[in-house]
Design a protein around this ligand. Sequence first.
Ligand code: FMN
Length: 314
Amino acid sequence: MKIGSVTLENPFILAPLAGYTDLPFRLLCREYGAGLVYSEMISCHGLVYRQPNTFKMLQTVEQDRPVSFQLFGSDPEIMAEAATILSELPIDLIDINMGCPVRKVTKKGAGSALMKTPKLAEKIIRGVCKQARIGVTVKIRSGWNHQSLTAPEFARMAEDAGASAIAVHGRTWSDGFSGSADRRIIAAVKEAVSIPVIGNGDILSYGDGLKMMEETGCDGVMIGRGAMGRPWIFRPDQPEPDLTLRLTALKRHLDLIATHRSTEFGLAAIKNHAGRYFKGIPHGAAIRNQIYQTNSFPELQRLVNSFNKTLHIT
Ligand SMILES: Cc1cc2nc3c(=O)[nH]c(=O)nc-3n(C[C@H](O)[C@H](O)[C@H](O)COP(=O)(O)O)c2cc1C
């Protein structure tokens, strides 16, 4: 799969996940085979006004590539300026968030609210494409609500405005995360444009990702929740997620966190990541409890290393 001048070795892509897709998790998913990884959404205002917390999100290394950094905002000039800043980084693509349903984002006209204002969305895409020295992609939903399933025409607009690929989550803003993703709209977007289309929504296994490509004709698939605590989802050989596989992945994740992040800052987020590796297995809740009770990163690492011998189920 090729997006602009960027060649992906594998059409399975890690979705942008605020609070999750930081550098260590992206590197982990890459090691398991993800062909492209997305950053968390990055505020254009935070970039342009040089806010330290926003700049922390720009951390990347050579092994992170190919990587796409995602921008959100609704002011075309600020978005274009933010694209200039991102273009100076060693990254491969810039994505524009036009799918986020969260109120904090939509009330400012950004994220999925831009699907209600296609003229403004077009201005943003044109401005970002003009400033970016790398390819620009757009991530959308199927529409604002079921009375306006505008994804196909919106995608055509994005292509005309210069986008190199479109990712479509098969739900509307009004769906939030309820129901199931509608694959027909992904197929309709694929029919509507000639740039690559990335299908997204509810993929929980590698096999299901292949099925989405078959059913919709999309060029690649993007996995979000299905990768949280399950980075092996990117492995084409679809291994059985036994305890050994889970522990190996979690230990590697913690090592990558130790290497690339300040570990005490954000301990709650790290514990949240770690707990997810034990979802859906016997005694998972008891194991997660032990994880949540740790008070420092070294204590968490010691606990997880001790799981080799016994699962310490109390
Ligand atoms: C915790 C969480 C954070 C998310 N953050 C972002 C984000 O920063 N940008 C974005 O475009 N979508 C975001 N999404 C949406 C996902 O990228 C994806 O489109 C959605 O979860 C559907 O795919 P899935 O069923 O594979 O999870 C987020 C979703 C979740 C659950």
